[in-house]
Design a protein around this ligand. Structure first.
Ligand code: WT7
Length: 620
């Protein structure tokens, strides 16, 4: 029976085989979190064990200092005999007329080594940054692991980001090599990815391009198929991944080899309950952190099969995702609430014929899930027998930090759950610790970011200044219920989550303001039934050209600066924007015009009349 506001628990059968089924793990971890993580870390394969578990020199910290590790040795060399003929990667192309590709661990290893040798041949060395601009094809996995194999630092840029967005990121990393592809399929169309790449690398340090041709052999196919793993220090850079913050410029989150490996491995095992025969499908593109950690590193470190699908879940038919789950016998499925709301919209009839017999666990990530989407997922996909783990984390945290553990529960619709064992959080500033800003306390988590590339000031300012240098500020608002379960409500900064994608309204504004005839604009996120949030743009335009023309140009600006994921739902050309007397644009008021919330006292504005005019423009 499904009821609203209820707590849910795993079935006895699930519990029986779960890695964690005794809640005492929380107490044990809380007693000495560093010791807890050290115990977990010992299960990995280290070339040399660490000297010290955790070192804290606020705001900087280290995990497993002195240890030597390579994440690919934990994927391939560790338990090699058991794994080598098991399936590592299943790739399903978008087109139903094309064949899928399956790689065993041994086959994947050979590809990774070839690519690594190819990179070495181009002069790539430990510590060098390598840009990766690839769609969802097996080569993205191979390229990332090849970098990790030789200690190069990959920086993956989501393939739907614009060439301009790619340029900005390449410039920041100083990468000399870029791995990209000619094309890929999206909703039946062949998208030419390479078209703009040459333009993007102008003004960057990129000297060498490796171009994967989608229907040809990989450019590294003639290389030697063995390459030794480079020994990495725990605190060496594993990768850089850019993410959006309050200000216009994206931030390069720096992740460290030792801590990231430990967290990727153990969160997979404990939260997705990875067992030998699992087939895991995380729908995220490797261009996002979810793809890094849970499409690639975590399942592969755990020796299970990971599935990657080139296309979108509802193409060519709305049940494509259901077909894939059945075709490959997916056992654990991890996706974003937006996708679930989309399945829900298509209706139950479409998936009635699917039994999902092999599915045993479900997960969600990326944005708050509402109770109704949660219940739909539980009933129609999980068939009321699969636990749902709602996982909260960020590009910055590298791995999951908040969730219910599947063998324990409780699962409460719209609540993510408890901090992962060994993670200490607090809710600050609110009413008695139940409502306010979510923060993370020492020793944080092994996978928390170590810095923003080339920008220690920004690192300090963004994460370690609101509550002092010893407290990590998440920029999320949260509430806690009477059981201590946490619900993450959303960002308290100028970041919005559009279909689970993280977008900075500041970055959008900067792109629009680049237009020669636009002097000022404001972007706000407004609620959307499917995507959670969508951006709308207000533009001050005082010229005489046709409105539609300007709107088209605004769209082009955003397309050029960021890419199609940030396109606004609506653009309003206005004479004036509501401002405080000191000239600050009141975005909060603009947002409230769509949510129906009270606007509050407008008399303190410099131009209260602007609000009425905008209201008329929106509602007629
Ligand atoms: C932001 C981070 C974590 C990987 C994907 C997103 C929001 C993430 C949840 C959740 C409510 C969530 C937060 C967070 N968020 N997961 N389960 N419930 N909100 O990584 O793109 O860096 O975005 O996503 O607002 O700060 P990201």
């Amino acid at each position: 029976m499904i009821k609203r506001g209820e707590l849910y628990y795993p079935t006895e059968e699930f519990k029986k085989n779960a890695w964690v089924s005794d809640p005492k793990i929380y107490k044990e971890a809380a007693k000495d979190p560093v010791k807890f993580w050290e115990k977990l870390a010992k299960d990995l394969f280290w070339f040399k064990l660490w000297k010290k578990g955790f070192i804290h020199k606020p705001p900087n910290f280290q995990w497993f200092a002195g240890g030597k590790i390579n994440i690919t040795a934990n994927i391939f060399e560790k338990d090699w005999v058991v794994k080598k003929d098991k399936i590592a990667l299943i790739w399903e192309p978008e087109s139903l007329n094309e064949k899928s590709k399956v790689f065993t661990y041994q086959e994947l290893f050979k590809e990774v080594c070839k690519c690594a040798n190819h990179l070495k041949g181009l002069g790539v060395k430990k510590g060098d940054r390598v840009g990766i601009y690839l769609p969802m094809i097996p080569e993205v996995v191979i390229a990332m692991l090849a970098c990790a194999r030789i200690g190069a630092v990959h920086s993956v840029v989501f393939s739907a980001f614009s060439p301009n967005a790619l340029k900005v990121r390449l410039q920041d990393t100083g990468a000399k090599v870029l791995i990209t592809a000619d094309s890929y399929y999206r909703r039946g169309q062949l998208i030419n990815l390479f078209k703009n790449v040459e333009e993007s690398i102008k003004g960057t340090k990129v000297k060498k391009l490796i171009v994967v041709e989608r229907s040809n052999k990989a450019p590294w196919h003639k290389e030697d198929d063995f390459c030794k793993a480079v020994f990495m220090d725990s605190e060496d850079l594993q990768f850089i991944l850019y993410t959006s913050g309050s200000t216009g410029k994206p931030k390069g989150c720096m992740h460290a080899c030792g801590g990231y490996s430990v967290q990727a491995y153990w969160t997979g095992r404990y939260i997705f309950d990875f067992h030998e025969d699992d087939v895991f499908w995380c729908t995220s593109d490797p261009g996002w952190i979810t793809g890094h950690t849970y499409t690639i590193y975590s399942p592969l470190m755990n020796g299970i099969a990971t599935l990657m699908f080139e296309g979108v879940p509802d193409f060519p038919t709305p049940d494509r995702w259901a077909q894939i789950i059945e075709k490959y016998g997916v056992t654990v499925f991890y996706t974003a609430p937006t996708a679930i709301r989309m399945f829900e919209k298509y209706g139950e009839d479409i998936i009635k014929k699917y039994q999902f017999k092999k599915l045993r666990l479900l997960g969600t990530v990326g944005e708050p899930i509402d109770e109704s989407a949660w219940l739909w997922y539980y009933k129609n996909v999980g068939k009321e027998k699969c636990p749902i783990v709602d996982t909260w984390w960020q590009t910055e945290t590298g791995g999951i930090l908040l969730t219910s553990l599947p063998g324990l529960g409780p699962f409460k619709p719209a609540f993510t759950g408890l901090p992962f064992p060994g993670v200490k959080t607090e809710i600050r500033d609110g009413q008695n610790g139940k409502h306010g800003n979510l923060v993370i306390l020492p020793p944080f988590a092994p996978s928390l970011l170590r810095g923003i590339y080339h920008n220690p000031e920004k690192y300090l300012e963004t994460y370690w200044s609101q509550y002092g240098k010893k407290v990590y500020f998440t920029s999320d608002g949260a509430i806690m219920d009477e059981h201590g379960l946490i619900r993450v409500i959303g960002r308290v900064d100028d970041v919005i989550k559009v279909a689970g994608h993280r977008i900075s309204t500041g970055e959008m504004e900067a792109a629009v303001n680049d237009h020669p005839e636009i002097s000022e604009c404001a972007v706000v996120g407004i609620p959307d039934k499917i995507k959670g949030e969508v951006p709308v743009t207000f533009v001050i335009y005082k010229g005489a050209r046709p409105v539609e023309e300007i709107k088209r140009e605004v769209i082009a600006q955003i397309q050029k600066g960021i890419g199609p994921i940030a396109l606004p739902k609506e653009i309003y050309l206005v004479e004036d924007l509501p401002k405080t007397r000191s000239g600050k644009i009141m975005r909060r008021i603009l947002r409230k015009l769509f949510t129906g919330e009270e606007l509050g006292d407008l008399s303190t504005l410099a131009n209260p009349e602007s609000v009425d005019k905008i209201k008329k423009l929106i509602y007629g």
